[in-house]
Design a protein around this ligand. Structure first.
Ligand SMILES: CC(C)(COP(=O)(O)OP(=O)(O)OC[C@H]1O[C@@H](n2cnc3c(N)ncnc32)[C@H](O)[C@@H]1OP(=O)(O)O)[C@@H](O)C(=O)NCCC(=O)NCCS
Length: 170
């Protein structure tokens, strides 16, 4: 796949070929192969896939979004003290993966940017304080940290980024 390919990011649909997807992390492959469609149907997760204009059925990357709340004491003190004393609404990017054949071309960055864009749009209607991500390993954690994600306390691989830091306050 060439870096000049135009990427299309959209909701997972039945024409997408989930079984051919391999990213080097079997848990993330298995999720797309076996569970993603069910989670969509049960409305417990939204799954977005990246394809190219050349082959609209072949998945080159995907991510999942759902909602969660953050306990105030999980946040760094300097942020927590500015927030109300109850659980804080957030969005969870539970999984993010790029096909082995397409890694290193900027698709992971584009998927993350797309997820942030969707969260910002939703947060105009339903409050979202931060995007939370679950990094599958230390390498994935380094990927997120370069974009400003910081660890939530007690869980080294659960990181967060306040949406305020990607959009100026109204
Ligand atoms: C981690 C992953 C999503 C990155 O996707 P990608 O398309 O290969 O990454 P990109 O090409 O968009 O890279 C964007 C930037 O991140 C950097 N980067 C990529 N992987 C990185 C990593 N593991 N650690 C640190 N930085 C990383 C790139 O060098 C690039 O930096 P630059 O903008 O300065 O050139 C992909 O390698 C992957 O799917 N890995 C297996 C599954 C996984 O680990 N998922 C992570 C979330 S659970």
């Amino acid at each position: 796949m060439g870096s000049e390919c135009q990427l299309v990011i959209q909701a997972l649909a039945s024409h997408h070929q989930r079984a051919n997807f391999h990213c080097g992390q079997s848990a993330l492959d298995r999720y797309l192969h076996k569970q993603a469609r069910q989670d969509e149907k049960r409305r417990v997760s939204r799954v977005f896939v990246a394809t190219t204009q050349d082959d609209p059925n072949a998945i080159v990357g995907y991510y999942t979004l759902s909602s969660l709340s953050i306990e105030l004491n999980e946040l760094p003190t300097e942020l927590a003290r500015k927030l109300p004393r109850h659980p804080i609404p957030a969005a969870l990017l539970g999984r993010l993966a790029v096909s082995l054949t397409a890694q290193g071309l900027g698709i992971g960055r584009m998927l993350l940017a797309d997820a942030l864009k969707r969260c910002l749009a939703v947060s105009d209607e339903i409050a979202i304080y931060a995007l939370v991500v679950d990094a599958i390993d230390d390498s994935a954690r380094a990927f997120y940290e370069q974009y400003g994600f910081r660890p939530l306390s007690a869980r080294a691989r659960r990181l967060f980024l306040p949406l305020k830091s990607v959009q100026p306050a109204p």
